[in-house]
Design a binder for this molecule. Structure first.
Ligand SMILES: [Zn+2]
Ligand SMILES: [Zn+2]
Length: 317
């Protein structure tokens, strides 16, 4: 038989990951300020709407990065008297605010795009605009590479949201490059507004994706089917576990909360049952280092009212 509990995995120390998350949000903020300044100067020079789209976006970025810095900081605060499950959901709240900002910016750009299609203003200093946006694209690509690394290591939702947004920035920058280039080569006046509205559409979509991810956490969506399966297997692998039911899980920031009913031999003493539960908690913690486990112990074959039954009789998810 396998030794129980399973050998613990060795996750990176939590403090090191916290520092990485903080550095990532500071970098994101500084880069956003520099890009905003560069893009504002290019927008003034050219009066291009697609450039304005990236300016608006850069300003949203600054605000969003601030929210992310505060959100990540707040989310890392340990549990206290009034928030005994910790503050992990602050990250999801930060991501949701970022999504709302993006959605608003998207709407404004579409309206102005329509206005400009009807009366296109002339664009000026196109080569200067092209150079600035090319430089901004390179910087943003570097930022995405850095944030991909951090998001993978820390599992931070806020940083993942920031990263996926910066990825859409790269696409937006390339679209502006193309719009200005085509305008300069052909002189047709509508490229700029059309590309600006395409960028606005992309903002809207990424706002939707971020908002959905954040609301999943805020509304206590279950962990993945794989994680649930893994948890059940670990629990039932204990030789004294006779069964389990009503497993439910949720996550907040990097933490997961796991609870279930554990069925044991009814003849066991409280001491024996407690030792078994401690074993199981230890093996779950080894598999999911940021998890908190709450177990309700029951004699096997008890006929209780079960969440599992209520859910099975309801509509499928
Ligand atoms: Zn039960
Ligand atoms: Zn205990």
């Amino acid at each position: 038989m396998e030794p129980y509990p399973a050998a613990p995995a060795s996750p990176a120390p939590a403090t090191q990951l916290d520092r990485l998350r903080r550095w990532s949000s500071y970098t994101s903020f500084l880069v956003a300020v520099l890009l905003a300044i560069a893009k504002i100067s290019a927008w003034f020079a050219t009066d291009s709407l697609s450039l304005l789209a990236t300016v608006v976006d850069a300003l949203v970025d600054i605000f969003a990065s601030l929210v992310t810095v505060l959100g990540v900081r707040f989310a890392q605060r340990p549990a206290d008297a009034t928030h005994r499950f910790g503050h992990g959901k602050a990250e999801s709240l930060a991501a949701l605010i970022q999504a709302l900002l993006l959605a608003g910016a998207s709407g404004v750009l579409v309206v102005d795009g329509i206005r400009r299609i009807m009366a296109p203003p002339p664009l000026t200093h196109l080569s200067f605009g092209l150079n600035v946006i090319a430089g901004c694209t390179v910087v943003t690509v570097l930022l995405v590479i850095f944030e991909s690394h951090v998001a993978r290591r820390t599992q931070s939702q806020a940083i993942a949201a920031d990263r996926s947004h910066h990825l859409s920035d790269v696409a937006a920058n390339l679209a502006v490059l193309l719009a200005l280039f085509l305008t300069r080569q052909t002189g047709w006046p509508h490229f700029d507004a059309l590309f600006a509205m395409a960028i606005a559409g992309a903002f809207g979509w990424s706002a939707f994706v971020i908002a959905r991810m954040a609301t999943d956490t805020l509304l206590d969506r279950e962990l993945s089917g794989e994680d649930r399966e893994r948890i059940s297997q670990l629990v039932l692998a204990h030789p004294s576990a006779r069964g389990m039911h009503d497993l439910r899980t949720r996550s907040a920031g990097q933490h997961q909360f796991i609870e279930f009913h554990l069925e044991l031999d009814s003849k066991l003493s409280v001491n024996e049952a407690h030792a078994i539960v401690d074993d199981i908690e230890r093996s779950l913690k080894a598999a999911l280092p940021y998890s908190e486990v709450i177990v309700h112990v029951e004699p096997e074959n008890i006929d209780d009212e079960r969440l599992d039954d209520r859910i099975r009789s309801g509509p499928d998810p």
